[in-house]
Ligand binder design. Structure first.
Ligand SMILES: [Zn+2]
Ligand SMILES: [Zn+2]
Length: 262
């Protein structure tokens, strides 16, 4: 039993790590093609983003592996594979519920992590990316990674979800994590600045969080930010930023007290 459990945790770690490398790699390559020079001078930052992200992959992989094992070997969890087990509408509804709950958890833990004591210990790593790149998708301190890694594994014990819908949840999580950090907007202007963009978070929204810190805390949806008065709208992407500018920004950041950054 112990062996299959460990193998499952290792396999999930591998899957999460490879998924990160492939997705971030693809979008980083797309970025480099669309905006030649955008990533120039960011080699050191990118290496650090990759190192933190791979550590996070293990932190995300372990609980996922344990849950996958429990699901297969012990019948734990509310994950189902027979589509007829629940009414058809539960599939889209469960997708929304999962994203909603994850978003709520993310918003409030993220706000907490912007308080000075927490910021220094948990969240400064993520904001060391100035500006972030596609490789920053999982660039978290292990404490921050742990707070994010437990959400979906905990939810599958309480809220029934079809295995394919769970796959969609994970795909959206991966895709948005990467694209929200890549430094440009891939969605059409009409969507981002239209009615849907008032609800959904894309790169233009999260970029402003990385520029201004004390706003735009959400993950998928803007309503917590809007309700709590922390939504500052959409950010502008600076054109290819020079390495010197980035270094200066980071130095300014270190001089400012954490409370102000938070
Ligand atoms: Zn971020
Ligand atoms: Zn933050």
């Amino acid at each position: 039993m112990a062996l299959t459990l460990i193998l499952s945790a290792l396999a999930m770690t591998m899957i999460v790590g490879v998924r990160y490398l492939v997705t971030s790699g693809l979008f980083a390559a797309w970025t480099a093609r669309r905006f030649p020079g955008r990533l120039a001078g960011q080699g050191r930052q990118i290496r650090s983003e990759i190192a933190w992200s791979l550590a996070s992959a293990a932190i995300y992989g372990a609980p996922a592996g344990i849950v996958a094992w429990g699901w297969q070997e012990r019948g734990w969890t509310q994950i189902y594979s027979d589509a007829a087990a629940f009414p058809w509408w539960w599939m889209p509804a469960s997708l929304l519920v999962y994203l909603q709950v994850h978003d709520t958890w993310f918003y409030w833990t993220h706000r907490l992590m912007h308080r000075p004591w927490w910021y220094k210990r948990m969240h400064a790593v993520h904001h060391a990316s100035r500006p972030p790149t596609a490789w920053a998708a999982m660039s978290f301190h292990p404490w921050e990674a742990s707070s994010g890694a437990v959400v979906i594994p905990a939810l599958v014990f309480v809220i029934p979800i079809h295995v394919a819908v769970l796959g969609v949840v994970l795909a959206i999580m991966t895709l948005m994590g990467v694209t929200n950090h890549m430094g440009w907007e891939m969605f059409p202007r009409r969507l981002v600045h239209g009615r849907l963009g008032k609800w959904l978070i894309t790169a233009s929204h999260h970029e402003l969080h990385h520029q201004k810190y004390r706003c735009n805390y959400g993950l998928y949806f803007r309503h917590w930010d809007q309700l709590c008065g922390t939504d500052r709208g959409l950010g502008e992407f600076a054109p290819a930023r020079a390495a010197a500018g980035t270094a200066r920004g980071a130095a300014d950041d270190r001089r400012r007290p954490a409370a102000e950054r938070g």
